[in-house]
Design a protein around this ligand. Structure first.
Ligand code: ADP
Length: 213
């Protein structure tokens, strides 16, 4: 965030003299309080200054980016996830393409009965095999999907920051949101409970820009 010269000066004054009232800051700058109001609003909303009633302004020592970082670590996947679109492993490539259009998603999850994660199907997995000259009315998605244990996933209480980091680090468009469940045999099964995609990140970005969250 770029600060104006006047905002920089206000920060300096509060750093040196805080706690200090709005009135006193205005006096130092030979301006009216009304003129300063928008600057004070920006400096407090960004978290750089803290305002205490009847005491005045304090310098918080926080850089504007730190506030945003804190928020991104606090917001959990559960609050922003979408509904998952799933198909069974025996589903044909043809039917998967139709489902992808109807459901208007770019990534689908392949599950076995009970909603347990088996694989991931992306747009290009389907495109590649549609162009491949095989009979897509017969070819099951189980043959072409990316399979467990190679799937990158998140859990409902993973932070949106960590989820976005995984999208970038693994160069994928979406992650299944899963609940880890221990089986009787002592293994871990992944129950699909949501979908987190680049669209969720973009939507959150817009909401943060609007002052939501
Ligand atoms: P696209 O194929 O449209 O470029 P992606 O970049 O998401 O979409 O997918 C690239 C490859 O990575 C595909 O083969 C897909 O099956 C696989 N993939 C997609 N999402 C995941 C995931 N969460 N974990 C592991 N592999 C994935």
């Amino acid at each position: 965030m770029e600060l104006s010269k006047r905002q920089e000066t206000i920060l300096e004054i509060v750093k040196k003299e805080g706690p200090i009232t709005g009135e006193q800051i205005a006096e130092r700058l030979s301006l009216t309080r009304a003129t300063l109001r928008p600057d004070m609003a920006i400096l407090t909303m960004s978290g750089m200054l803290e305002a205490r009633p009847r005491v005045g302004y304090f310098y918080s020592g926080k850089k504007p980016g730190q506030e945003l970082a804190k928020k991104l670590h606090q917001i959990k996947i559960n609050e922003v996830k979408s509904v998952p679109v799933v198909v069974p492993e025996q589903c044909t490539v043809y039917d998967a393409v139709v489902t992808m259009f109807i459901e208007d998603v770019g990534t689908m999850f392949v599950v076995r009965e009970g909603g347990w994660l088996e694989g991931v199907l992306s747009r290009k997995d389907l495109l590649k095999n549609t162009l491949g000259g095989q009979d897509i009315h017969k070819l099951p998605v189980g043959v072409i999907m990316t399979r467990m244990p190679n799937i990158i996933y998140v859990e409902p209480d993973t932070s949106v920051w960590e989820a976005a980091r995984r999208l970038i680090a693994h160069e994928v468009d979406a992650l299944p949101v899963v609940r880890l469940v221990k089986t009787k045999e002592g293994q871990t099964d992944l129950e699909v409970v949501g979908r987190f995609s680049k669209t969720n990140v973009t939507r959150l970005f817009v909401e943060l820009g609007e002052g939501g969250y």
